[in-house]
Design a protein around this ligand. Sequence first.
Ligand code: FES
Length: 345
Amino acid sequence: MTNLETQLSKFAETDWLAAVSEMQENVHPVDRDALQIWFRFYPLDLRKYIADAEDQAVAMQGLAMQGDFDLANHITTSHNFLYGHRYWPTVKHTIEKLAAEYKDEDDRLLDIIKEVGILVAEKHKVERELVNAITAVGLATLAQVGLEAFSVANGEIAEPKGIMAKSPDAIVAERAKDDPQGIMGFLRSINKKFSVDFTACEYSGKFPVVNEQQMTHAAAQDRSQNWQEKDSRCWEGPIPVECTSASCGTCWIGVIGGKEKLSEVTRRERRAIEVFGYNQPEDEKPFLRLACQSYAHGNATIVIPPWNAVFGKKVRGNVEDIVLEPNTTSAAKLRETIASAMSGD
Ligand code: FES
């Protein structure tokens, strides 16, 4: 292990999240929620829980884990929803160089992030607020996967396309807009039409949504591709889905644009945030939602994680007693596993 890895290994998940919170003012709004979301999609505590388990397969099964949780498989793509993703080759190279040179020092996490961020910003002649988020993600990736996997990962990225090719301010403005409703749009109420932009590690696109429509219902109408080939959890449309009743936790999404235009978080969804372990600040409109509990009142931009699990009790100690509410899933086996993951047995 290099000195840099040793130093990074001293920081717990709470240290990373504290650093991310402290950095917020120094991150451009285009990546503020995206940075928070990335750290929820790749929780260090969960990774440690699995790594420390006697039998990792059994541990993952006990968390009702589905999909591909391993960040080592997504080193280049896990952050493709950040504006700063375009600087990834430089971030990767700068971190590798620092790992080779880092002396046995006792830097604070924020100091290390700052050191890399300064070099990346200088190289691209941009403000540091545009590179701070991707720099933090890069260092957290190194801390989780180790230098060997980090270095061999293909560092090439695709040119930003569509809205992501615009300036950071233009992206923020664009995400806040709703689709035009036409000349008579002001007369429409329930049949207003909007769009949801989505990004997953390996795919992206856009689907239409009608005013007040559940996000998973709208996504299910998108049959333009074989989504299940891309992610086995995608039974209907690009958002993974199972019960549609806040019971299975398959449909978590990160919301990087338009979170204020989604329906209120219900008591049931708040409870799910704790039970499933997707901790976040108790904002009125949080950046992580269950898509099956979110109803659109405007355009939204969402991110789909490549995995889901029930780790609120075993990893976070979030909940004492769980009463599994009735749900509609037909997957009895999955329901049993979820029940046991929730109870901690
Ligand atoms: S689909 Fe099961 S919680 Fe949303």
